[in-house]
Write a protein that binds this ligand. Structure first.
Ligand code: GDP
Ligand code: MG
Length: 296
């Protein structure tokens, strides 16, 4: 039997080119939030594909774009740093939009034997347009065999792209358990938002001994359903966090929901619960060690 192979793959490209859609298709479940609005993916999102023969760890990076704000700069740094840490980069190009100035400079910066270009959304254009884009990429020194016309939406060409990615993998370890499809940084950010809002609303009444666990975060039609638990250490803290007739918890929930909605770019249903558990910190650390939450 041949050796197990593994590697890290970054999906790069301008906002809206279909990176999240491709990631979701590769992983086979909805991992990140796909939105017609640009710039909703604010962090490196990892999707994991594990088979008997290989493991692909995929980073869906925020699109590279010209930074205008500090946040924009941060997101670009995230995109470039993802690129430095990976075995293979797949640059997405929107077949409808074509190859932009920004794409050309990114291709020049990223071109290497471990660089693929995926021309996405070919379901929206004709053969001739695809041909022109392939030739443009070849003119930019991207090898023909490294160019993949695909439709992330309906799956055309995705098999060929996956096979080519897998062919580039080196023998390597299984970085994550078999049943893990993502390390869920969006969950982590959502829990941080709730924690921050709780501390803000509670001011000095409850010391920093609270933690937040996202128990559930699933797309449901147009919205995302999130169920989260605020852990504190004592029963007396629990009643402060809940407040009179639940008013404090409601306030924390409302302002958290607003921020999470803008993070995810979609409507959110947020169910918040409070639990007093003396050693919640230790169990949270245990979860993190098991790889269920991420502490960065
Ligand atoms: P990202 O910003 O690069 O992550 O792009 P998304 O994956 O969020 O996709 C942006 C928009 O393009 C969404 O409305 C997707 O449904 C759409 N999209 C992505 N891939 C395809 C495709 O292959 N064909 C078509 N027609 N639309 C696509
Ligand atoms: Mg995205």
């Amino acid at each position: 039997m041949s050796e197990f192979r593994s590697g890290f793959v970054a999906l790069m490209g301008s906002p809206n080119t279909g990176k999240s859609t491709l990631l979701n298709r590769l992983v086979g479940e909805k991992v990140t939030i796909v939105s017609p609005k640009a710039q909703t993916t604010r962090n490196k999102i990892t999707g994991i594909v594990t088979t008997d023969y290989y493991q692909l760890v995929i980073l869906d990076t925020p699109g590279i774009h010209v930074p205008r704000t500090k946040l924009g700069k941060y997101m670009n740094d995230q995109a470039y740093s993802a690129n430095r840490d990976v075995d293979l980069t797949v640059m997405m190009i929107d077949a409808v939009v074509g190859i932009k100035e920004q794409d050309i400079s990114n291709i020049k910066a990223l071109l290497s034997p471990f660089f693929f270009a995926a021309i996405n959304k070919i379901d929206c254009v004709n053969e001739q347009k695809i041909h022109i884009l392939v030739e443009k990429l070849v003119d930019l020194n991207v090898p023909r065999k490294s160019v993949f016309p695909i439709s992330a939406l309906n799956g055309t060409g995705v098999r060929e792209l996956t096979d080519a990615i897998v062919a580039e993998l080196e023998p390597g370890p299984k970085y994550y358990p078999d049943d893990m499809i993502t390390d869920r940084p969006e969950r982590f950010i959502a829990s941080e938002i709730i924690r921050e809002k709780a501390l803000y609303c509670l001011s000095q009444e409850v010391p920093h001994g609270i933690g937040v666990e996202i128990e559930k975060m699933v797309p449901e039609g147009d919205l995302v359903r999130i169920e989260a638990v605020i852990f504190c250490e004592r029963e007396s803290q629990k009643s402060i966090i809940i407040g009179r007739n639940g008013s404090m918890l409601k306030k924390i929930g409302t302002i958290s929901r607003h921020d999470i909605e803008s993070l995810l770019g979609s409507k959110v249903f947020l169910g918040l619960y409070v639990k007093a558990k003396k050693d919640w910190r230790n169990s949270a650390r245990m979860l993190q060690e098991l790889g269920y939450t991420r502490g960065d």
